[in-house]
Design a protein around this ligand. Structure first.
Ligand code: FAD
Length: 389
């Protein structure tokens, strides 16, 4: 293998080029990035960048020392056997890493609509989050909650409209209801069970025909894998690029990583596509090993965190079909300090949620990885360390 092309210069892309060199690949590496920027981290965009704490989140990676042919502002438009079609002509490859991430979903309507995916999005939005500005956020998921937090810190008046009957519904299910009080405490007008019909000049039109007036509209209703450029290539696509447990795609010498990859999880016996920073960080080394002919398996316990309304929310695992045990009292006064565990039928831990309880996250993640049986009755008591359950 002489030439590896990495498409997508986000975290998964830059970790892929680092892994190629770390594993001794001495050939040519071309890194294509649609954005004009060097690879940067996205989690701080809705945290430090939005509140003005920092302007740059560039990943600490020396692309020159790694001898990478980095091409910012160049997009892949198509894929044929052994060739990537780009906005600057064709590029032949022996090995290909697909790391094109995901793009935010936008809603109907002709009104100005902000999304938050790129550093440019974040800097443009930050300028509008001012004292007294009326900000409407669509979606009370992770991004919506973090944008609402930043907007309130800036003194804006914030309305969050959510179609589900509680926040974080998609990620956490009903346990997300316990975060609704955070919105109230931050004086955010949280409107649940309400759909947005369109984003119009001057605000939102809701499903019932009523309106929310706003100077700034931010849509945070999720993302879709950025795989449109692969249409017609013959590669298997199903909610992202389909891969096996080694992150190999259906095409020879092509692997996929990060937000765009739907990989086979040996641990969960199903395909997962996880839009988390930890996945973009960890998957590239396995994918590159596969590309270079080794047999590594990608089989993590997914991990995610969010900082919202001055709370650190952390989650590890996968809880579909598992039993929920609430840990602590979300209604207790003072700073939130509670969590949840999800257990499997054999009393092993499937997932853990920790609100301002980093130790629960650490211990819970180890228990999930280790697969020990637990005394599930003790899980409900936050005074008992998880490792002692
Ligand atoms: P991306 O970061 O999306 O990078 C893909 C890159 O590929 C992009 O630069 C894109 O422009 C480029 N690209 C796309 N198509 C093409 C093409 N055809 N040709 C060339 N280039 C292309 N995760 C957490 O775990 N915790 C958090 O707190 C958290 N906060 C977040 C906050 C924000 C605002 C956002 C947006 C995400 C957050 N995430 C968080 C998620 C995390 O950042 C993503 O999971 C991670 O960025 C995925 O990395 P990636 O490299 O797979 O994709």
């Amino acid at each position: 293998m002489n030439h590896v092309v990495v498409v997508g210069a986000g975290l998964a892309g830059v970790r892929s080029v680092e892994a190629l060199r770390a594993r001794g690949f001495g050939g040519t590496i071309t890194l294509l990035g649609e954005e004009q920027h060097r690879p940067y981290d996205r989690p701080p965009l809705s945290k430090g960048v939005l509140i003005g704490k920092t302007d740059s989140t560039i990943v600490d990676s020396d692309l020159d020392a790694l001898e990478i042919d980095f091409r910012p502002g160049v997009s892949a438009k198509g894929l044929h056997t052994g060739v990537v079609e780009t906005t600057e002509g064709e590029l032949a490859y022996d090995g290909l890493v697909i790391a094109t991430g995901a793009r935010p979903v936008r809603l109907r309507g002709d009104g100005p609509q902000h999304v938050l995916r790129t550093i440019d999005d974040a800097l443009a939005l930050r300028a509008l989050l001012t004292e007294g500005a009326r900000v409407a956020v669509i979606g009370a998921g992770w991004i919506g909650a973090e944008v609402a937090t930043a907007a309130r810190k800036a003194g804006s008046t914030v309305t969050v409209v959510e179609a589900a009957s509680f926040p974080l519904a998609t990620a956490l299910g009903p346990i997300g209801a316990h975060t609704a009080s955070w919105y109230a405490q931050a004086e955010v007008d949280l409107r649940l069970g309400i759909t947005v019909a369109s984003v119009d000049q001057g605000g939102l039109t809701l499903g019932d025909g009523s309106a929310v007036e706003a100077d700034v509209v931010v849509t945070g209703v999720g993302v879709r894998p950025a795989v449109e450029w692969l249409a017609g290539s013959g590669i298997a696509l199903d909610n992202g690029v389909v891969t096996d447990e080694h992150l190999r795609t259906s095409l020879p010498d092509v692997v996929a990583v990060g937000d765009c990859a739907a990989w086979w999880s040996r641990r969960y016996g199903r395909r997962l596509r996880v839009e988390h920073w930890d996945t973009a960080l960890g998957a590239p080394d396995v994918a590159v090993a596969a590309l270079l002919g080794a047999d590594a398996v990608y089989d993590p316990v997914p991990y995610f965190w969010s900082e919202q309304f001055d709370n650190m929310v952390q989650y590890a695992g996968y809880h579909d079909g598992a039993r929920l045990v609430l840990r602590g009292d979300p209604a207790a006064g003072g700073k939130a300090n509670w969590g949840a565990c999800w257990t499997n039928e054999d009393d092993t831990l499937a997932a853990v949620l920790a609100v301002n309880r980093p130790r629960d996250l650490l211990q819970g993640r180890r228990l999930i990885e280790g697969g020990q049986r637990l005394d599930v009755h003790r899980l409900a008591d936050p005074a008992v360390a998880l490792r002692d359950c």
